[in-house]
Write a protein that binds this ligand. Sequence first.
Ligand SMILES: C[S@@+](CC[C@H](N)C(=O)[O-])C[C@H]1O[C@@H](n2cnc3c(N)ncnc32)[C@H](O)[C@@H]1O
Length: 225
Amino acid sequence: MSAVKVKTWDDLVGEEYMQEGHGPSWRAMVSQIVEPSLKDAKILDFGCNRGGFLRMLYDAKPFKEAIGVDIACDSVAYANAQKGTRPISYAHNDEIPAHHGSFDFAFSHEVVYLLPDMDAHAREIYDALKPGGVYYLVIGEYAENPLWPRWYSVVSEFSPVPPQNYSLNDIATSFDKAGFDIAINRLNCDEFFPYTAGGDRYIKNPMELVKFMREYMMMFRLVKR
Ligand SMILES: C[S@@+](CC[C@H](N)C(=O)[O-])C[C@H]1O[C@@H](n2cnc3c(N)ncnc32)[C@H](O)[C@@H]1O
């Protein structure tokens, strides 16, 4: 799937806030990975933004090598500057075809609602993975989430990439067609969540925050057949 290039997905303040706000769900993802070790694995993070997930994953469960890709060039440059000595490189999506069939795992967190063609995304990840490779896809923005209709309008206003309106079944159907076995669970976010008094452009009160983090965040485990 070819992708446009944008400077940043969000404004810089928004991206910094996102890095902090995503900590609880990144930690839940890491603890829900079924595989006991990733030490020999090559990993793809699709829609990596500023690269924080792969840095956290490496520090918790070291891997052999990883590539994070994003359409936002400034975010990728920031991610490369922050990686330290970890075996990670960050690049634009155009880099993926050079690694076809070589990834053991792919991850995405809060990305697929921004993709215009879910079938094409499923095929792209299928091609990127080795046979038996696993894609952990985490998403909170989907049609069955009761907060989503309101958020859809907010994202439509500020995002350089227009949001879509996929159901969980739309996602499952695209990955089934592409050749994946599908499993799903709630993302088990179970820690204290930072809350801004008075709410923000998404979360209007503490109950919404807790419901979103504990009930609506979903984690697919998609295995390439
Ligand atoms: C809500 S942010 C999530 C970022 C990151 N995964 C995280 O957990 O913080 C969505 C990201 O998806 C990226 N994105 C949007 N469309 C994309 C596409 N077609 N290919 C790759 N990345 C994309 C955006 O630039 C942005 O960095």
